[in-house]
Ligand binder design. Structure first.
Ligand code: AMP
Length: 420
């Protein structure tokens, strides 16, 4: 127990963290160029926020939240996604009073009590963006383009962008009613959860992963059939912007996504590899009513989130190498107590000068230290013995040529800086 991590969580060891840092740097660079600024919100929020925003009939709220009562008897939940907290922060900090739009991004851990498997975890990480204050379809296209550009920059291929329009407060009620009628005739095929959804929110049935529910949903009235003129126009505009950028997409009329707050545009980027159950790498959509629903300004918003674990898994599957192991530039081998002290001080000096330096901490033999230096693929090994200390000199060995020369200790930093 004490040496086992909780199910569905991961340890990222240093060589994996280097890949994460690379991805995070790519995110920061891309967002800076597209005008998105980082926001950091709490890891936990009041449970009520997720009930109101994500929706009470979603899988997340029904089954997957890590909720707890704190010592002051308040109901709290570890954030299962990033939009709700960002919307809350936008409203609480009155960012709506600033000139719009507000373009934000976030990165960090999310928590869902999911059934763990490859690509599905209980603590996972997302990079997401949110834009507030724009109704125009150009921003829907920009959000989708940012995701596809990010994947392209990393060299990913075999991805499909799926888009749909899920309606708005005008056309959704009629669609919900049509769905209710349709699924009432298919009750025998629905899972117990979807039977419950039939009365409360039949749109959710389209998102059920259960095989029998999926079959039942095949001929259900689609959101596009039900869309009002404004939703239909918005969707046409979005498609024309995507066409203009040569972004290929598929219209998937059953795509409703697992969150209730979406209006109009919903989209997903999926990996084409066969048999991969966890194939969604990015999901997003527009949420024009969410801010008002959370008790704030009636302002439109849109966002998307990319699952970073799935992204890294896909990079691995597609054999895209992100190997960023950084090796020390210099190793200082020492022999004897006085030399060891000198090596320590020299290493500090070199590090302060920006040279990545390693030393021996374990009193190993000179031979073992040289072997270690070799394994670390350093460029130079500095060798100090008692005799060298007396003369204030060291031996510097260039590892690629095995050439060895004597350098005065006072000159060492300058000497190495010149050659690295
Ligand atoms: P969502 O917030 O459900 O729209 O999900 C957005 C993205 O987050 C998905 O496309 C996945 O890449 C990722 N994701 C969602 N749930 C999990 C999970 N349990 N484990 C790992 N990644 C996840």
């Amino acid at each position: 127990m004490l040496t086992t991590r909780p199910r569905g969580t991961n340890d990222f060891l240093p060589n994996q963290v280097e890949k994460w840092q690379f991805i995070e740097n790519q995110v920061r660079q891309l967002c800076a160029k597209w005008g998105y600024r980082e926001i950091r919100t709490p890891i936990f929020e009041h449970t009520e926020l997720f009930l109101r925003s994500v929706g009470e009939t979603t899988d997340i709220v029904e089954k997957e939240m890590y909720s707890f009562e704190d010592k002051g008897f308040r109901h709290m939940t570890l954030r299962p996604e990033g939009t709700a907290g960002t919307v809350r922060a936008f409203l609480e900090n009155k960012l709506y009073a600033q000139p719009q739009p507000t373009k934000l991004y976030y990165m960090g851990p999310m928590f869902r009590y999911d059934q763990p498997q490859a690509g599905r975890y209980r603590q996972f990480h997302q990079f997401g963006i949110e834009v507030f204050g724009v109704s125009d379809a150009s921003i829907d296209a920009e959000v989708i383009a940012l995701a596809t550009t990010f994947f392209k920059t990393l060299g990913l291929n075999a991805l499909t962008t799926k888009i749909n329009t899920v309606g708005c407060s005008n056309c959704r009620p009629a669609h919900q009613e049509a769905l209710r009628q349709y699924f009432s005739a298919h009750k025998a095929e629905l899972c117990p959860t979807c039977l419950g959804r039939l009365a409360k929110n039949p749109l959710r049935i389209l998102d059920c992963k259960n095989e029998s529910c999926r079959k039942a949903a095949q001929n259900a009235p689609t959101t596009i059939e039900a869309a009002c003129d404004d939703c239909r126009n918005h969707f046409e505009q979005l498609k024309s912007y995507l066409d203009g950028m040569n972004i290929t997409y598929q219209v998937d009329t059953n795509l409703v996504r697992g969150l209730d707050y979406y209006t109009r545009t919903a989209f997903e980027v999926v990996i084409n590899s066969v048999g991969s159950a966890q194939n969604a790498i990015c999901g997003g959509g527009r949420y024009n009513s969410l801010l008002a629903q959370c008790g704030g300004e009636d302002m439109p918003g849109i966002g998307m989130a990319i699952g970073l674990e799935r992204l890294l898994l896909t990079l691995e599957e597609q054999q895209i190498d992100l190997n960023f192991e950084v090796y020390p530039q210099v190793y200082i081998a020492s022999l004897g107590e006085a030399a060891k002290k000198e090596s320590f001080l020299l290493a500090m000096d070199l590090r302060n000068q920006g040279i990545y330096t390693e030393i021996d901490y374990l009193d190993r033999s000179l031979k073992a230290q040289m072997k270690g230096a070799d394994r670390m693929q350093v460029k130079f090994t500095v060798i100090i013995g008692e005799e060298e200390i007396d003369k204030r000199q060291v031996q510097v060995r260039e590892m690629s040529t095995s050439e060895q020369i004597t350098v005065s200790i006072d000159e060492l930093t300058h000497f190495l800086k010149e050659r690295l």
